[in-house]
Design a protein around this ligand. Sequence first.
Ligand code: NOJ
Length: 556
Amino acid sequence: MSGNTRRWWKESVVYQIYPRSFNDSNQDGIGDIPGITEKLDYLKELGVDVVWLSPVYDSPNDDNGYDIRSYTTIMDEFGTMEDWEMLLAEMHKRGLKLVMDLVVNHTSDEHAWFAESRSSKDNPYRDYYIWREGKQDGPPNNWESNFSGSAWEYDQQTGEYYLHLFSKKQPDLNWENDALRKDVYSMMNMWLDKGVDGFRMDVINFLSKEPGLPDNPHAAPGELASGADFFMNGPRMHEFLQEMHAEVMAGRDVMTVGEMPGVNELQAIDYTEEERKELNMVFQFEHVDLDSGPGGKWDVLPFNMPKLRENLSKWQYALMEKGWNSLYLNNHDQPRLVSRFGDDQTYWYQSASMLAIMLHMMRGTPYVYQGEELGMTNVRFKSIDDYEDIETLNMYKEKRAAGVSHDALMEKIYSKGRDNARTPMQWDDTEHAGFTAGIPWLAVNPNYPRINAAQALKDPDSLFYVYQKLIRLRKEHDIIVYGDYELLYPDSETIFAYKRRLGNKQLTVCCSFSDQVLEPVDTGEGTVLISNYQRKTSGRMSLQPYEAVAVLSERS
Ligand code: NOJ
């Protein structure tokens, strides 16, 4: 099966850095590139192989760097190109690889291309973006932006609207334009020529829009609705990715992961099957959308473990023969995993370590988001003024105006807001968690005196060392990377258990999502590879609250 062709990116663990919140070296309250370089030995100690760096390009920061003003310049607040080159050199010296964020569905409205594009209808760059005339004094269609409001902005100068699926400072690029595509490919080649080891591609399955940009037919008259059916996985998507592969990736041994909201497992196979030469893997969203009700992300449903298990298992089975999975439970857009899927109070350590074991023993490439290895949690700031994220602030403004109470909105933000993941990294128990000696751009989580890296590194039983061990086990046992997957106890309300198999080996992983002691499960006889309860013996056992255990045995 081509899914088992050996590749370095299948055998790697990736660590995501959100630079603004990682480590501030110059006391301006904002994380920066030299701050990352200072912490490379920490990453080495953890054992990860690859760093995915969220955008560090020049940006007016409407969406914290996901609105790029120049693809070839480093953001002043983060340092200089020399700092970035030093970071790359220091990473490579330590055997770490660097994957850059690639944001090419849109730019900033301050990008030079957009300045040209909006200047006149016959400017050569006009067609680099998506311009349309309005309809009856309103926008060209009824699509809603991902950050609230219409996805269209009227531009006085030429009397037309431009499309922005995110903020109005993030105009969408027009991938139908050949010259634009060529410019993007040469920019990507420039970074690869500088030595980067791959790209994480922002909302990459949004590039090909349905011609005609039709209205969402299900919206109530005069209301906005998502246009997702007309811009996700659009008609030219595979063609664009294959072209990009041929122009950029061919002949280079680099890693690519495409962020793909709304992708299903069958589409993911097409995007990642090696012979098709598109991407190595995708970030799917189904498992992180399970707690979104019919009203979308902010319509929050309670966590349902059987649904999570069913979904992750479906992806495990689907991408076993062809394609490859990425494994993640949080990132800079998602709540902290222990708060969302575990118990960040009484069973904080047990549930965080169980979730880590559950994910890292699966088939696919695991991603660790900064602070996850410390068990960082969601945050509850009192005032909306303490929040910085544009998505959160726009939603709050819009829903307050529609009459929803402050308290109801804060509850939504506490469970789903993106700033949960963006509070500064907790390095130690000194003021501002050792992240900065200045005033942090976003306040630190008040639990930093208890949850921080210095503390974790001192304690041989800490979550940090659970992650370290999981990463090491992946290197020691091929079965963790290449073994196949079979779900066990599919009807249990509380147990997520599965078996991996490779050759004559078998790995049984049993995880409890309960705060009670459970009915016995059977791990089979073998060696306990990892346990969050210091369990030494295998076989029949009653799982303790949030216990996880992985047992390696010979197949009979
Ligand atoms: C996905 C990114 O992960 C998110 O942070 C960003 O706001 C949007 N894409 C727009 O670039």
